[in-house]
Each structure stands twice: as C-alpha cells, then as structure tokens.
Design a protein. Structure first.
Lengths: 99, 99
C-alpha cells in the first residue's frame, strides 16, 4: 500500500477550500481507488494522509483536470508552502486500548 | 529515507504527556538519528510524522527502555487507539508559493 503525505503551511482558507477539498476527496475515492484519507489541522499546520493501492493511481489522480485546478488554487491562495511525499508502507500495527 | 506515521485517537492528555513527548523527541534526535519530526493535533485526532535514515534506527528507537515505558503509558492513559506505519519515501517535492 502507498501513502501520500501532504504537509502544508496554510496561508488563508476560504469557503471554496472546503468545497474543493470535499470534491477532491470524493473523486479520489470514487475514481482513483483511494483507500483511506485523514486530515488534521492545528493552527496554520495541516497534515493530510491518503492511502492508495499503487503509484499509478496516485499519478492518475494527480493529473485529473479538476485536481490540477485545485493544486493551482492551493498554490495561489490557500497555502504558503507545502510538501508532498510518496512512500510505500512496509510494516504497520494497530493498538486498541482497553476501557 | 523512512517515515514513521503515527495516527492516534486521544483519550486524555495530562502534563506528563508533554514532558514525555518532548523527552522522546530529544532522544530520537540525539541518539537515533531522527531527521525531522512533525506533530499536528485537531480535537482528539493526532498525526505525528518522524523521518529516519533507515529502518534499523527506527527499531532501535522503538526498543529504548524509556520509549517502551512511554508506549505503555500511551496505551494505558493517553490514547484510545493508535496505529503505526513504517514506509520508505520514493518521491517527494516541495512548493513555496510567491508572496
């Protein structure tokens, strides 16, 4: 399984951001086989993690016309800076505590 | 470069949590070659990312006595559940926007 790690420093989010983010998430799940998505924002720092079956789907997803437009708006308006890292998961474990 | 992705659902954090988290971070950097560390918490959701040169360092770090104790306290007190994933970064890029 592959993961896309998006770390961003927010400039200013507006109502269009929420709409776009939700639409992008829907596209990722419905058209590109995205498995899981988690986003956490604290102050101006955002980390978003998405999980994918392979790198081809990630590439296709990145090139979707609506996503390209969203990336451009992200650079122009929403984010001061961001980094994207693609990684393959080699090991994982989960802990559910009692009580 | 390797990344450890820690995703957690918080139960209840206390003052000892901050002290322990800071101490663990110091140990990771000074003794185990941790390259970078980012943690973002929103409500009860935490994502922490740490970056490492190799998997051996991650294993050694996981087995440090103080870290084992911290993991136990995490399960007993601070977290409702969490997952840990280890992944190797294959591609990355960074965007700094103008203005």
């Amino acid at each position: 399984m592959y993961i896309v790690i998006f770390r961003a420093r927010i400039r200013r989010l507006d109502p269009e951001y929420s709409t776009t983010a939700q639409r992008m998430r829907e596209l990722a799940f419905s058209q590109y086989g995205c498995i899981e998505f988690h986003s956490v924002t604290e102050g101006l720092n955002e980390i978003s993690l998405s999980y994918w079956p392979n790198e081809e789907n990630i590439r296709a997803w990145k090139s979707h016309p609506e996503h390209i437009l969203a990336q451009r708006t992200g650079r122009d308006r929403w984010y001061e800076s961001y980094s994207v890292q693609i990684a393959e998961i080699s090991r994982e474990y989960q802990v559910n505590t009692a009580g």
